[in-house]
Design a protein. Sequence first.
Lengths: 368, 75
Amino acid sequence: MLSKAQETDAARQALARLLPLAEEAARRLGRRAVLMEVCGTHTMAIARSGIKSLLAGSLDLRSGPGCPVCVTEQRDIDKIIAMAGQPGVVIATFGDMLRVPGTKTSLEVERARGARVEIFYSPMEAVEFAARHPQKEVVFLGVGFETTTPALALSIAAAKSRGLTNYSVFSVHKLVPPVMRALLSDPDLNIDGLLLPGHVCTITGRKAFDFVSAEYRAPAVVAGFEPVDILEAIYALLKQITAGQARTLNGYARLVREEGNRKAKEIMAEIFEPTGAAWRGFGEIAQSGLTIRKSYADYDAAVRFPVEVPEALPPKGCACGEVLKGKITADKCKLFGRVCTPSSPVGPCMVSLEGACAAYYQYERHEV
Amino acid sequence: MCLGIPGKVVSLNQAEQWAVVESFGVRKKIGIDLIDEEIAPGDYLMVHAGYAIGKIDQMDAQVTLEMWEEILDAE
């Protein structure tokens, strides 16, 4: 087992090998190489480890659309809040959705006004809650990527097998590969390499991301979440950039398999099917969302509790959309640190701990 | 949200598809419905939203735990 000192030592060695390589890549490209991560946990890990600032002189490390709460479209947030106002409905959610501002209000504010909002660690706890409260309609907010969707799918399967009629899911689930295609096709971005999200890949498998190198000629590395994992993945990306190669590699083999998690993929496909979905900052992306199949319509909150909300614009002045596309860093938003802070967030990227703005505020902020 | 936390298997019930895992000294019952591989007490699992999503090498799990401990302390 690695000790803390060995881990630090490994990280230091990786860093020493990495710096000259980053400089070589910059010489080759005529600018700093642009590497992007698309995972909120990577955003946090990179920010808190100081990796980004250590390498900033020769490498441009950016965050992409890796925070599920952040990429949820304003209109979907408004729908969720409208659903919370329906009689008998209990909104069940993971914690980070609570404070996300909708157009007029948030779940947190509505809860203070009397709406019932319960926070759960696992959707299965919400199924238990529904079983104990048959007179309540429990609506779980299905916000998340491939990592989260299997747990939601299992909760629907459990509700069905237990004969519960008061549990449903509002699915705004999203898929990572389609948004990655959108990023790689964006001519303004010039992404030279991608750090692939380790826990999403645990479900999808490494192969699901072969298209990054095969179709877009960009190197990609599945990365774990420790500083040394991230440094090694960056090293593997820079090695490929300087050698003019593009491969999709697995830097997290202790957990990620070639084909991913078979059972998770099966239960997801049983309950959900791909559909077009709107992402904050990106707009509509074909086949990038997951909707509940018609055969499970009884567990689909969008069918059970249809709500209509007007077209919604993002909060005024909030640059969350541009931050999610990696076009600007958090500190370039006019509201950052002045109007928008973790204690009074304007946009979702400052609410979620995984949001690029919150991570920047907590770990990388200098005096503003 | 894709936050995974490694946990060490303390006990398990294959028939009912659950295990008790320990992370940061806290024991929790989690679902093992998604795991294809054999699981035994002492194994490390990556846990997300109440379910194990994969089995991990013991070698590295400890370091991740320390990292998460720090992050949780910061909250």
